[in-house]
Design a protein around this ligand. Structure first.
Ligand SMILES: CC[C@@H](C(=O)O)C(=O)SCCNC(=O)CCNC(=O)[C@H](O)C(C)(C)COP(=O)(O)OP(=O)(O)OC[C@H]1O[C@@H](n2cnc3c(N)ncnc32)[C@H](O)[C@@H]1OP(=O)(O)O
Ligand SMILES: [Co+2]
Length: 142
């Protein structure tokens, strides 16, 4: 087996029905001060922003339409919920090859994520019910 392994936790994705209200919760309930302005990622079907923390990020995601990959999740969890965890990897193509070699189901093809690097998703059935995102480490990090 190759030496491939996951790196640091980059973010925890949280699906929310209303991103502005969720930002307000992190501000007023938890005192978060560094929250980015939400922006649309139509190719991912979500509006997204980040609650920046000293050691990681919470990624808030709101569906842009019924066709969003998070639409079903929010139907089942109308108040929102923890949606995915994201680990950094050195090389996304190596990640795809190794995940598949190790028997995991990679969902779709590598695509550009919200941090500007390539991402993939691994089906929750492969990791104890947790949807896992793997993202290439941004240049200049670590
Ligand atoms: C902001 C951009 C980017 C970034 O840069 O960080 C992102 O994070 S985008 C995040 C949103 N995008 C994605 O999630 C893409 C990958 N996801 C998918 O392809 C789908 O969401 C899915 C995982 C295949 C599920 O699709 P869905 O339409 O919900 O299918 P089902 O309802 O049939 O679900 C199948 C099965 O999986 C369970 N499930 C669904 N979502 C999750 C989840 N987030 N965590 C854990 N489990 C999940 C669902 O309950 C079903 O289970 P069973 O009923 O037991 O079969
Ligand atoms: Co994400």
């Amino acid at each position: 087996m190759s030496e491939f392994k996951i790196g640091p936790l980059n973010h925890v994705g949280v699906a929310v029905p209303n991103i502005e209200q969720a930002c307000e919760t992190y501000r007023s309930l938890y005192g978060a001060t560094d929250i980015t302005t939400p922006f649309d990622m139509p190719e991912q079907g979500v509006k997204v922003c980040f609650v920046n923390l000293p050691n990681s990020q919470i990624e808030l995601i709101e569906p842009l339409s019924e066709a969003s990959p998070i639409a079903n999740f929010l139907k089942k969890n109308p108040a929102g919920g923890q949606h995915h965890v994201c680990f950094e990897v050195a090389d996304i193509n190596e990640a795809v090859t190794e995940m598949e070699k190790r028997g995991a189901t990679v969902l779709g093809k590598p695509r550009i994520g919200a941090h500007g690097t390539m991402i993939i998703f691994v089906h929750p059935k492969n990791s104890n019910g947790v949807l896992v995102e793997l993202m290439e480490t941004p240049k200049g990090h670590h």
